[in-house]
Design a protein around this ligand. Structure first.
Ligand code: AMP
Length: 225
């Protein structure tokens, strides 16, 4: 099963795609997480992308595509894939299509999480992320059990550097301009579904599972067909 999540910043792509990957043992591939790790480790790539991310702009396609392609060939990716935050423009979408084709693969479904923009800006401001394992939280919608600590690994929760209001607004501008046309691209292929991304994390996840069952991609909650 190969699923792609689309949606504006803060719509819950990270949270929902990680839940889905965990439930079905799929490989979660998110360039944003990879870039954040590189920044944290102070690598050459990290230095290259740090400013770009802090401004809410897109990392150049050649850099991003290379990172994604490398992981498509990993052992874990053979079990199935959840793409989160890639592709983000038409050029990346075409690269992805070609890369999958070369491997005899294709996307089964594109899930667009829809949400009201102002609500999302508020959501991004209350977002926190584990500094150790990257798991996302939201102080209002999905608070950690112990304040300031990750439920899974106990790491400290921090505010993402790109969760300032000006960066969030820039990320929305980029999304509306270059990412949202991908909806039409996938709609024309007949693989786009829109899921209401508002409400509690569990509610949204149930809606996603409902769609996967309806599309015949899973039978019961833990079975992939
Ligand atoms: P995300 O965690 O998906 O919100 O991504 C955080 C930041 O990483 C974005 O604002 C971009 O600067 C960069 N990034 C993530 N995915 C991509 C992508 N597919 N293409 C270019 N830049 C990306």
């Amino acid at each position: 099963m190969r699923i792609l999540f689309l949606g504006p910043p803060g719509a819950g792509k990270g949270t929902q795609s990680k839940l889905l990957a965990e439930r079905y043992g799929l490989f979660h591939l998110a360039p944003g997480d990879i870039f954040r790790q590189e920044v944290k480790n102070g690598t050459e790539l990290g230095k290259l992308v740090e400013g770009i991310m802090a401004r809410g702009e897109l990392v150049p396609d050649d850099v991003t595509v290379k990172i994604v392609e490398k992981r498509l060939d990993s052992e874990e990716a053979k079990k199935g894939l959840v793409l989160d935050g890639f592709p983000r423009n038409m050029n990346q979408a075409l690269h992805l299509e070609e890369a999958l084709k070369q491997r005899g693969q294709s996307l089964d479904l594109v899930i667009e999480l829809s949400c009201d923009e102002e609500e999302l800006i508020q959501r991004s401001m209350t977002r926190r992320v584990c500094s150790r394992c990257g798991r996302p939280y939201n102080l209002k919608l999905q608070p950690p059990r112990v304040p300031g600590k990750c439920d899974v690994c106990g790491g400290d929760l921090i505010i993402r550097k790109d969760d300032t209001e000006s960066t969030i607004r820039e990320r929305f501008r980029v999304y509306n301009e270059v990412t949202s046309p991908l909806r039409d691209f996938y709609r024309e292929k007949g693989i786009l579904v829109t899921v209401d991304g508002e409400g509690e994390v569990d509610q949204v996840f149930s809606r996603i599972l409902g769609v996967l069952k309806e599309k015949g991609l899973v039978k019961e909650e833990s079975d992939i067909l």
